[in-house]
Design a protein around this ligand. Structure first.
Ligand SMILES: [Zn+2]
Length: 96
């Protein structure tokens, strides 16, 4: 999916479709009606709830080790080679 799903796509989606929608939600790229439908679905779906929590944990970990966008990896001693940090930062800056 190249752009955020519409409300109807979220409404008709299966759990495997919601995984990508939740990623858009976390990135702030999902419309509020679609977010609402996803939240309603998560309320009744333990699998999607667990997946969403894991996405939040991954985001928190990524922020903890280096922030977002151009700040990724800056000044953080992770043991990761500098060229690898630069490649990851460049990928994160690419338009979606
Ligand atoms: Zn689900």
């Amino acid at each position: 999916m190249n752009k955020p799903p519409t409300v109807m796509q979220v409404l008709k989606g299966r759990c495997c479709d919601h995984a990508e929608s939740m990623s858009y939600e976390i990135d702030g790229r999902l419309s509020w009606p679609a977010r609402l439908l996803l939240r309603i679905h998560r309320y009744s779906c333990i699998g999607c709830r667990a997946y969403y929590r894991s996405l939040l944990a991954i985001r928190a970990a990524a922020r903890a080790i280096g922030g977002r966008g151009a700040e990724v990896g800056a000044g953080v001693k992770t043991g990761m080679p500098e060229d690898a940090k630069a490649r990851i930062a460049a990928k994160l800056r690419e338009p979606r």
